[in-house]
Write a protein that binds this ligand. Sequence first.
Ligand code: GDP
Length: 444
Amino acid sequence: MFESLSDRLSGILDKLTGRGALSESDVNEALREVRRALIEADVALPVVRSFTDKVRVRAVGAEVVKSVTPGQMVVKIVHDQLVEMLGADAEPIDLNAPAPVAIMMVGLQGSGKTTTTAKIARRLATRDKRRVLMASLDTRRPAAQEQLKVLGEQNGIDTLPIVAGQGPVDIARRAIQAARLGGYDVVMLDTAGRIHIDEALMHEMAEIKAATNPHEILLVADALTGQDAVNLATSFDERVGITGIALTRMDGDGRGGAALSMRAVTGKPVKIIGTGEKAEALEDFHPRRIADRILGMGDIVSLVEKAAEAIDAEKAAKMAAKMQKGHFDLEDLAEQLRQMEKLGGMSGVMGMLPGIGKMKKQLDAANLDDKMFKRQIAIIQSMTPEERRKPDILKASRKKRIAAGAGLDVAEVNKLLKMHRQMADMMKLMGKKKGLFGKMMSGL
Ligand code: GDP
């Protein structure tokens, strides 16, 4: 999402850090470029103005002049202001209320409301061990209630039984009642959307709010719609009152303007972001980490958290034990590749590593794209179990068969085997260094 802005800002700031002394006009020139970069990233104009003004005041002040490394100091100031613009501290979804805590999800049709409802429910259930009930109040779109039911079944979350002919407010009341009787901690209300904001929609939202007194009202908005998302949040807040924002499609290649200006314009926190279609593609919005990512400082904390959620600890521990003994067959490699895929593929992992943004071109040239893991897994899947255990038996004719099975060249099969050999050798070496590697693996 922030790739192009990140490239621009890193470029501008790199020029500053390369110098010894900075004059006021150096700083002003850099700030003009920063301003342009933010506008091109579709950040709301008043937000850009206030951002650059604040940076300027600090950057031409004594703080920088006296600094031994003035360039670094400016980078720090830009970073601090970015964090402030994004809302300073992370504000996660708040469940601090008597059970059942009602969370009302509002937004336009197609914004990802139903998907996000299920994602949040799944996370509250699996990570936070809450009992969650979901209810769809969308009686307009014929399949909406079924859609939530299916998502509930897929993710092991209970949904309110559907009663044909009931209106949204009655469903909402029934949901609260059912949650109370059933001992649920949280009840998620997925409301109906429209293509545009209209009176009827706002009226319906206000009625549901009055009937259920939700602790959180989250507006779901599509990050790819840029400033429209920001305007939408403002309208919903004025008419219904929202407690926070869930921004979806942060995995898309939008310019980032919505995510960057949402907090500053609406005064409401972005609480959560959707980063893909899968149920686990949900993250808290951490202003500091996002600022780190934008300024190319990487985001190791998010990567480790993502890994901890995606990686099956039991499997990892088993694999680590095997590796310590120097066993690492192709089945193990396939398992590792699957884990990497779960972390969002190559770009998902790389985007969070510091300094990697600048290496992106080299990575592209080396053909390290998102499909790489998929191709490698396909090759291993085309092998027989025996071949996976004993790669040594793979001679030309078998390799040809495997390549054909995966729809790839024999060269790709050779590349994978070579990579596996190198990894297996390394594992053997590390296995001898008693336990350290194993601890690292299971510590993820
Ligand atoms: P609703 O009409 O607002 O309830 O929208 P849905 O929840 O049905 O979502 C519409 C489409 O957007 C579906 O295909 C979702 O899979 C997709 N979607 C939702 N959130 C995200 C996200 O964070 N990233 C991506 N790439 N797709 C998403």
